[in-house]
Design a protein. Structure first.
Length: 122
């Protein structure tokens, strides 16, 4: 799958989000980054170390060194991670670049996943 494990998770969350939007029994479901953080932390506990890796062109921690607090760092990291230009992995770069138009992945799903990944990694 393009994008590796992160790509798989992104597509899975996109399908879940789409399903809950069209199913009247799940109207109240909201896709929140906090829930994704909990899910990802529980998921990676069972996997070997470094199973959830993003190859970036720039060091994210160095780019965020000037941010004063954790919330500001997370918000800035979200902006950087949602930009396909920072990614070295062709698969994940492709998924982010075409997420809205070709792959029909809603921006809130991409943002929730990237925010969760930033929260876990910072």
């Amino acid at each position: 799958m393009a994008g590796g494990l992160i790509g798989e998770i992104l597509v899975s969350f996109a399908c879940l989000s789409e399903y809950t939007k069209v199913s009247p029994t799940h109207e109240e479901f909201q896709f929140k980054a906090e829930d994704v953080v909990v899910f990802l932390k529980e998921l990676v506990e069972e996997f070997p170390e470094n199973c959830l890796v993003m190859r970036l062109k720039d060091n994210l921690e160095e780019k965020l060194a000037d941010e004063p607090n954790f919330d500001a760092k997370t918000s800035e990291a979200l902006v950087l991670l949602c930009d396909p230009k920072i990614h070295e992995s062709l698969g994940l770069k492709f998924m982010i670049n075409h997420s809205r138009d070709s792959l029909k992945i809603m921006p809130e799903v991409l943002e929730a996943l990237m925010r969760a990944l930033a929260t876990i990694s910072l």
